[in-house]
Write a protein that binds this ligand. Structure first.
Ligand SMILES: [Zn+2]
Length: 582
């Protein structure tokens, strides 16, 4: 078993132990910069509420300490007040000036995909073959000889002119079979032991629709393309992959380390949902999971429609939402547009029935009381999904209160912005997408339509509620990356200096709310989470910079933030455990 996985499993044991140890106890969190977010909502232009801790120029924390009892917030105030109320058995956590926010929520994730790579070598971002080989060799140092090593993420598109070969990989890692899948899944690269185990030699014939790359002598070079890739990946013994529950648990721990107390998992099939349910039954969910049933799994949908939404009193695993897909993505020109792609005349993308959207089934889910979240990217996709929600609400008015969501809401026709608020639809948006897509988004859309793209401020101005998230693993889930993108419209290299269509920027307060209070609203938990206030659950994220002050004075610094501690219902799921005694 790779070292990384062993470490994670060991950590799980520690965490579970620490969870039971801190049940039913009193914690005094003192000496912190606490932003409770319990003050009023900002105006739709971003102006803070009159009672916000904002003097027109600077933010300041509105509390210094939190008393937590049995997983709930009992009191919020100064360190002195909290110490006075804490009692002799309380444990004190002195945060030495760190910032505390309501627990961060990533409200659109695919942690199941993140978990699939658990225990594997990441080749994401490796510049060339040498770097990839070096990463595999470093990883192999901790793996017993003979064990398979699996890696992922080398960029077959960028490397297509000169594919890597098995030579350097075999020289660096001679004693383990190595299989490295590519970023987009169209290629796989192996070393000599792996190819031998798969029986891929000079006599092997590629599967039709695939290719075994060969050298001048006709010997395989180590890379297989397209439909030939399973010839190599199929040779990996199944027990090389950790069990599904371990993959999911590890992915959720990764999210806990990144400061998240909850994820909204956007689309689960029968098998994946069952794995989450088993983890929940065994008390192994380190953070909360708000699971959306995938509308692509019609049998699962029908079972849940018959059963109705599940109210989970613990809030660990909520199943009250469904996720449907209406159109494709903008980069690959699958998003449905009202007019032709600017860079592909005659082409408008795919949507609706031809993209597998089962309108009858999804509206049935809404009538059964489920929140409906629909993926819509193109301007036609968004218009048609708005129409879908309007029809559902017209025939069943009570469904308007189900906090329906459009996931991405990426390109909206100018006339359609007000339709979101009219149907009380949440726009669930990804700050990273704007700054990652900016190199080509205008090529696809042209200079007029792009003004309705990633239009956070335009949506806010029409009174739409936003929820901000990463859509991981497609984008980096680091909350500081998301906050920085939301506040600056700049990428990780802080480009462009003035921001990309900066009139769509959000304020630091709105960005933080997008990952806290507004995400809690999108998950129906705003009455118990998303604020630091007496009676609310002690879901907290502790970070080493103040995003309100940094976001206002020097937003580039947001990228430097680090998560120090993540707490779910008073239990530390990541970070230094609280000090004993007072
Ligand atoms: Zn997604």
């Amino acid at each position: 078993m790779p070292m990384r996985l062993i470490n994670l499993l060991a950590m799980t044991v520690v965490l579970v132990g620490c969870q039971s140890a801190t049940d039913s106890e009193t914690l005094a969190i003192v000496n912190a910069r606490v932003y409770t977010l319990a003050w009023g909502e900002p105006a739709t232009d971003g102006t803070p509420a009159a009672n916000a801790p904002w003097d027109g120029n600077t933010w300041r924390p509105d509390a210094e300490a939190i008393l937590v009892r049995d997983g709930k917030i009992a009191f919020v105030g100064s360190s002195e007040e909290v110490r006075a109320r804490a009692g002799p058995d309380a444990r004190t956590v002195d945060l030495a000036g760190a910032t505390v926010l309501p627990g961060l929520v990533d409200s659109h994730t695919h942690v199941t995909e993140m978990g699939r790579h658990e225990g594997q070598v990441s080749l994401l971002g490796s510049a060339d073959e040498n770097e990839a080989v070096a990463r595999v060799a470093a990883f192999a140092g901790g793996v017993p000889k003979g064990r398979w090593i699996i890696g992922y993420g080398w960029d077959e598109g960028a490397w297509a002119n000169v594919y890597p070969t098995l030579d350097a990989l075999t020289a660096a890692v001679p004693d383990h079979p190595v299989v490295l899948t590519s970023l987009h899944g169209f290629a796989v690269w192996g070393n000599r032991l792996a190819l031998a185990a798969a029986g891929i030699d000079r006599d092997a014939q590629a599967t039709s629709g695939g290719e075994i790359l060969r050298d001048a002598n006709g010997d395989p070079t180590g890379v297989l393309l397209n439909r030939a890739t399973p010839m190599l990946t199929g040779a990996i013994p199944p027990d090389v992959f950790p069990p599904l529950e371990h993959q999911l648990e590890a992915a959720l721990l990764t999210m806990a380390r990144a400061g998240f107390v909850a994820v909204h998992e956007a689309g689960l099939t029968t098998e994946l949902l069952a794995a989450f349910e088993r983890l929940d039954e065994q008390g192994r969910l380190p953070i909360r999971v708000y699971a959306m049933v995938s509308a692509r799994d019609a049998d699962l949908m029908r079972r849940w429609i018959a059963r109705g939404p599940r109210a989970d009193p613990t809030g660990r695993l909520e199943i009250r939402a469904v996720k449907a897909y209406y159109d494709g993505a903008l980069g690959s020109r699958g998003a449905r547009l009202l007019h032709d792609y600017a860079d592909c005349p005659g082409h408008r993308g795919v949507a609706g029935g031809e993209y597998g959207f089962d309108e009858a089934l999804v509206s049935e889910a809404a009538r059964a009381g489920f929140q409906v979240a629909v993926h819509a990217i193109g301007d036609a996709g968004n218009r048609e999904v708005l129409r879908f929600f309007e029809q559902v609400i017209a025939t069943a008015p009570a469904t308007r209160t189900l906090r329906h969501r459009i996931e991405h809401a990426q390109v909206v026709p100018p006339d359609d912005f007000p339709r979101f608020a009219r149907s009380a639809i949440i726009a669930s948006m990804q700050p990273p997408h704007a700054v990652e897509d900016m190199p080509w988004a205008e090529d696809r859309l042209g200079k007029d339509r792009v003004r309705g793209a990633y239009a956070w401020r335009t949506l806010r101005r029409t009174g739409v509620r936003l929820a901000l998230n990463s859509d991981l693993p497609g984008s980096n889930h680091d909350p500081f990356y998301g906050l920085h993108a939301a506040v600056t419209r700049r990428n990780q290299a802080k480009q462009p200096p003035g921001g990309w269509y900066p009139d769509q920027r959000l304020t630091p307060e709105e960005a933080v709310r997008g990952y806290t209070t507004w995400a809690a609203y999108a998950g129906f938990s705003d009455h118990v989470r998303g604020r630091i206030a007496p009676g609310f659950l002690a879901d907290l994220t502790v970070i080493d910079l103040d995003p309100f002050v940094a976001g206002t004075k020097d937003p580039g610094r947001l990228l430097d933030g680090k998560v120090l501690m993540t707490m779910v219902e008073g239990r530390v799921v990541y970070g230094a455990p609280p000090a004993q005694g007072r």
